[in-house]
Design a binder for this molecule. Structure first.
Ligand code: TXA
Ligand code: MG
Length: 312
């Protein structure tokens, strides 16, 4: 165990955070999607520390965070389709999987594959850290492997306190769901649903993208069926919960937790992981969730809920 320093967002603390990364230490950092567990993507030792801290199987590749498209192009090769997405949706909750250039990031980041996942986060504090550090930051979500993603600094501390040098606290994440992952294969293939909807991508490219987000097809970890699992069992699409169930609602209804009383999918996404953390905090043993529409961000919300409900 090491002492974990909680850092603010003032210039002195941002400089401290950048120095931790330069030293090869691990840093919990905010993004607009979820908190990341960051390390210098060029430092194999530091990247190995991420896997150790998360207890994550080491064959899972990591997302590389960069400050802008120019830095992204130094690490990966972007064809016309991927450039179009990058120019229109970065900074933002979109990760692009492109061919990796040799020797730009540690092999451990790509798990030895010939592609690399890259994104430019939209969070001003993430941007400040990336600029102060001046290099690429490898960062998976800042939660122990298989557990619910962290959307506050307190979630990061609960899961990884004592294992990281610092956590930069910038308050709760605005989006609250991981980024959408798109690979360049087949003119654009969605590998994970997330903060950018399939509808937005289709509107931008003028066609629907191939979709490999069904659990059987994914080659990425969100694929582990029980990923995002809370401690209790989860039942989905429930209209009338049993008396012993804790009821998570959507829209105007009687329930214990409501993802969005207004029935707003963006608000529900932002509340999702915090709600799962809150259910854990009160040791909810049986959880029932009301139906959430499958449109827009609802696809990503339902994906996470199905994984939370999967047998384990
Ligand atoms: O919003 C997010 O994406 C957050 C924040 C911190 O940026 N990060 C995040 O990272 O969700 P993580 O490690 O929990 O999920 C990264 C996903 C994994 O499913 C991984 O397998 C996939 O990205 N991935 C990384 N590199 C890949 C590659 N070369 N090909 C296919 N999938 C890849
Ligand atoms: Mg994750």
């Amino acid at each position: 165990m090491i002492k974990t320093e909680i850092l603010g967002t003032n210039p002195t603390d941002i400089a401290k955070a950048a120095a931790m990364l330069q030293r090869g230490d691990l840093l919990g950092l905010p993004t607009e999607t979820v908190y990341g567990l960051g390390a210098d993507a060029r430092n194999a030792q530091a990247v190995a520390g991420i896997f150790a801290a998360k207890g994550r199987p080491s064959f899972n590749p990591l997302i590389v965070h960069v400050s802008d498209f120019a830095m992204a192009q130094q690490i990966g090769g972007f064809d016309d389709v991927m450039s179009h997405l990058a120019r229109n949706l970065w900074p933002g909750p979109l990760t692009l999987v492109v061919p990796v250039r040799p020797s730009r990031v540690a092999d451990l980041v790509t798990a030895g594959q010939d592609t690399v996942a890259i994104r430019v986060p939209a969070h001003p504090v993430a941007h400040a850290i990336l600029t102060a550090f001046g290099g690429p930051i490898a960062a998976p979500s800042a939660n122990p492997s298989g557990q619910v993603s962290a959307t506050t600094a307190a979630h990061v501390m609960a899961g990884l306190g004592g294992k990281v040098a610092g956590v930069v606290d910038a308050g709760p994440c605005a989006i609250g769901l991981e980024s959408t992952i798109v690979s360049g294969a087949q003119g654009g293939t969605i590998l994970r649903s997330g903060g950018v909807s399939a509808e937005t991508l289709a509107a931008l490219l003028g066609h629907d993208l191939a979709n490999k987000t069904t659990p059987s097809a994914i080659t990425a970890p969100g694929q582990l069926a029980s990923h995002y699992a809370p401690k209790g069992t989860v039942r989905l699409n429930v209209h009338s919960p049993e008396p012993d169930e804790t009821y998570v609602g959507f829209g105007a209804m009687d329930c214990d937790f409501n993802l969005s009383e207004k029935g707003d999918l963006t608000e529900a996404a932002a509340n999702l992981f915090a709600t799962l953390h809150a259910l854990n905090a009160q040791d909810a043993a049986k959880i029932a969730v009301a139906p959430v529409p499958e449109t827009g961000l609802g696809a990503a919300i339902n994906d996470r809920l199905r994984r939370a409900a999967a047998p384990r």
